[in-house]
Design a protein around this ligand. Structure first.
Ligand code: NAD
Length: 251
């Protein structure tokens, strides 16, 4: 299909997981994709997919300079803010350093990219901003996800605020709220829990048990929602958390 023909799409954290799957899915729909990450080794493997319309470059969402250089280069009509990190633990485990790191990477990064990308979108008369939140946010609480869930709830507030301020100017801003998704960092989390529980199988069972479908999502299933929100098919939706969680929060 060519549902994104003529659109320029910038994706952060496109080296692996949901960002990578979304960059590939948007390129397959005809977008000119700018796939970015801090891990150039992971990012360079996207070339194997052999899409002529994917350009890769390094972009660190924690750096103002890196973000403004990347946005000037891409001039995106679609901005997918995918970068984020999951800390494990309760409020009593939370350190100030982990809190600051998570808010910088998961939330402030979106201030940086949106502040840089929005003027160009306004000039060109439109744009779609897609922010990575999670079902674990203001939607539901998940055990041992205190810092993470707090940052992802903040993403929903940020999304609504941008949406309401620019709804009359052709800009849409939506959040996506996945349940558990198979990705390299998810496998790391399963391994870490497996070490705690003394068995990787038990850890896998725990993650899958909270998903009523009895399985976690593939990154491609989340990428399909990203394509929809990037495309004009979603022209009437803005300011919403789009939940895609295999029934986790819908019980
Ligand atoms: P992942 O965690 O495996 O990969 C994250 C990528 O982010 C890596 O390629 C890493 O290099 C990149 N990155 C880290 N710091 C960066 C920075 N400063 N600038 C740019 N890139 C940086 O991928 P994933 O699990 O698909 O997660 C992607 C997003 O989806 C995250 O925001 C995550 O919180 C969110 N999410 C994931 C799940 C899940 O279960 N996997 C569920 C809900 C939401």
């Amino acid at each position: 299909g060519q549902r994104l023909e003529g659109k320029r799409a910038l994706v952060t954290a496109a080296g692996q997981g949901i960002g990578r799957a979304s960059a590939l899915a948007m390129a397959a729909e005809g977008a000119e994709v700018f796939a970015t990450d801090i891990n150039m080794e992971a990012l360079s493997t996207i070339r194997e997919a052999n899409h002529e319309n994917i350009e890769i470059f390094e972009l660190d969402v924690r750096s103002d300079e890196s973000v403004s250089a990347g946005i000037s280069r891409a001039q995106p009509d679609v901005l997918f803010n995918c970068a984020g990190f999951v800390h494990h633990g309760t409020v009593l485990d939370a350190t100030d350093d982990d809190w600051d790191f998570a808010f910088d990477l998961n939330v402030r990064s979106m201030l940086r990219t949106i502040r840089a990308a929005l003027p160009g979108m306004l000039e060109r008369g439109g744009g779609s901003i897609i922010n990575m939140s999670s079902a674990c946010s203001s939607v539901i609480g998940a055990p041992n996800r205190f810092i993470y869930g707090t940052t992802k709830a903040a993403v929903i507030g940020l999304t609504k605020s941008v949406a309401v301020d620019y709804v009359a100017k052709g800009i849409r801003c939506n959040a996506i709220c996945p349940g558990t998704v198979e990705s390299p960092s998810w496998h790391d989390r399963v391994d870490a829990l497996g070490e705690q529980l003394g068995s990787k199988d038990k850890a896998m069972e725990q993650f899958v048990a909270r998903q009523p479908m009895g399985r976690v999502a593939t990154a491609e299933e989340i990428a399909a929602l990203v394509v929809y929100l990037a495309s004009d098919e979603s022209a009437f939706t803005t300011g919403h958390p789009h939940i895609i969680d295999g029934g986790w929060s819908g019980q």
